[in-house]
Write a protein that binds this ligand. Structure first.
Ligand code: NAD
Ligand code: GLY
Length: 368
C-alpha cells in the first residue's frame, strides 16, 4: 500500500492487522516534516507529549515539533537522558509527572521520537498513564524501525533483569523515516542489521538472498535499499505478531539469536555489546548448535556467518567468556521455561524451530 498527500507519494505502508488494534507503519525517507499530518490522520487531536532524548531531540526535535504545531497540536516536550541505564521506573515516573503537570488526559497521545530505549519507556508510560493513552512510535534507529517500534512490546528494566516490567501495548501509528538513519553512528546501523538478517533466517529465504546481493547498498545508506529493508522486515514482523500477539507460541521465533544474545549482554553488564551485536553472536551460536545437532547443513550455516561478518558484526563468543557460566546465565532468561532453556534453531535459511532440548555438552562444545 502507499500513502499519498495530494499528488505526492509520501510513504509505503505496512499494516499490522490486529482487529480493533490494527495500525499502519508508514515508511518513507522524508516523513518527519509530515508527522503532524500523519498523526491527525489517525484521528488524534489536542495535546500530545513527545518523548525523546537530547541526542535525537537536537537532530530532529525542531522539525517534529514544528510539524505537530502546524497541524494544530499542543506539544508537551519531554527529554529523558540518553542510554539503556535510563530505561527505568524512575524515568517513567518523571514522565508521569510531566504528563500530569501538563494536563495530559486520556485522549492525549504519547509520541516516542528515538531509538528502542525511548520507544520502550515512552510506550510503557503510554500503556500505564491513566490506564492507557494513545501511543505513536517515531523510530530513528534501524533497530527501532525494523523491530522495537512494531509489535507492542513496551518495558522498563528492573535491577534483576532487562525488560522485566512491561506490557503488550500496540501503537496507533508508526512513522519510520529512513532519512533519520543517515545521522546514525555506523555501529548502531550495523547493530540494527542483525535484526534484519534475523528476519531472513526465520521466515524469508528470498529476502536473505536479496540481502546477500544488496548489502553494500544498504550499508551505504542507499534510500531505496533502506526502505526495502524496513518494509520487508516490518511485513515479516507484522505477520508473526498477527499470528501470536502475546508470544504464546509462534512469536518466539523472533527471539532467534536472543537466547545467547541476552545472556551475553547480561554477563557483560550491558557495557560491552549493543543489543544487535549480541544478537549477531547469538544467531551464529544457534546456527552452530543446529549444525552440531544435524539440523542445519554446513553450507547454510556459512551463508549466515558470512552475512554477519560482512555487516561488520561480531560472530563469536569472546575467549574470556566461560561457556559454563554462560550456560547458567541462559537459565535467567525470560524465555526459559522452568529450568529448560529455549533456543530458536535454523533448519535452513528461511525456516526455524523452537527447541528446548539442547544439551549442555553440545552448547559448551559449540561455544568453545
Ligand atoms: P538506543 O535507543 O539506545 O539508540 C542508540 C543510540 O543512537 C542512542 O545513543 C540514541 O540517542 C542514538 N540515536 C537514535 N536515533 C539516532 C539518529 N537518527 N541519529 C543519531 N543518533 C541516534 O538503541 P536501539 O538499538 O535503538 O534500541 C535498543 C533498545 O531497544 C533496548 O533497550 C532493547 O531492549 C529494546 N528493544 C525492544 C524491542 C521491542 O520489541 N520492544 C525489540 C528490540 C529491542
Ligand atoms: N523483539 C521480539 C519481539 O518483538 O517479539
Amino acid at each position: 500500500m502507499s500513502i499519498w498527500k495530494e499528488d505526492t507519494l509520501l510513504a509505503r505502508e505496512v499494516t499490522v492487522n490486529l482487529g480493533p488494534r490494527s495500525y499502519p507503519i508508514c515508511i518513507g525517507d522524508a516523513l518527519l516534516p509530515e508527522t503532524g499530518w500523519l498523526v491527525s490522520h489517525v484521528r488524534l487531536t489536542g495535546r500530545v507529549m513527545v518523548v525523546t532524548n537530547p541526542t535525537v531531540g537536537k537532530l530532529y526535535g525542531e522539525v517534529v515539533r514544528g510539524s505537530l504545531e502546524k497541524a494544530g497540536f499542543t506539544v508537551v516536550w519531554a527529554e529523558i537522558p540518553d542510554g539503556e541505564e535510563f530505561k527505568t521506573l524512575d524515568t517513567a515516573s518523571l514522565l508521569y509527572d510531566t504528563a500530569f503537570q501538563n494536563n495530559l488526559d486520556r485522549w492525549s497521545a504519547v509520541i516516542a521520537l528515538g531509538g528502542g530505549v525511548v520507544g520502550d519507556v515512552a510506550g510503557f508510560v503510554a500503556a500505564t498513564y491513566m490506564r492507557g493513552v494513545p501511543f505513536i512510535q517515531v523510530p530513528t534507529t534501524l533497530l527501532a524501525q525494523v523491530d522495537s517500534s512494531v509489535g507492542g512490546k513496551v518495558a522498563v528494566n528492573h535491577p534483576k533483569g532487562k525488560n522485566i516490567i512491561g506490557a503488550f501495548y500496540q501503537p496507533r501509528l508508526v512513522i519510520a523515516d529512513t532519512g533519520t538513519l543517515k545521522s546514525l553512528p555506523p555501529r548502531e546501523l550495523k547493530a540494527g542489521m542483525a535484526e534484519v538478517i534475523k528476519y531472513g533466517v526465520i521466515k524469508d529465504a528470498a529476502f536473505f538472498s536479496w540481502l546477500e546481493k544488496n548489502l553494500d547498498r544498504v550499508l551505504a545508506l542507499d534510500n531505496a535499499a533502506l526502505q526495502q529493508v524496513v518494509e520487508v522486515s516490518c511485513r515479516i514482523k507484522a505477520e508473526v505478531v498477527e499470528a501470536d500477539e502475546t508470544e504464546q507460541g509462534m512469536r518466539q521465533i523472533l527471539n532467534f539469536g536472543h537466547t545467547v544474545g541476552h545472556a551475553l549482554e547480561s554477563l557483560t553488564n550491558y557495557e560491552v555489546y549493543r543489543h544487535g551485536e549480541a544478537v549477531a553472536i547469538g544467531m551464529v551460536a544457534a546456527a552452530r548448535i543446529a549444525v552440531a545437532m544435524g539440523l542445519l547443513p554446513a553450507e547454510e550455516f556459512e551463508r549466515l556467518r558470512n552475512l554477519v561478518v560482512r555487516c561488520g558484526l561480531p560472530e563469536a563468543v569472546p575467549d574470556g567468556i566461560d561457556p559454563k557460566l554462560l550456560w547458567t546465565y541462559l537459565h535467567c532468561d525470560k524465555k526459559a521455561r522452568g529450568r529448560k532453556v529455549v533456543f530458536v534453531l535454523p533448519r535452513a535459511i528461511g525456516q526455524v524451530i523452537v527447541c528446548d532440548n539442547v544439551v549442555p555438552e553440545v552448547f559448551k562444545q559449540v561455544v568453545r
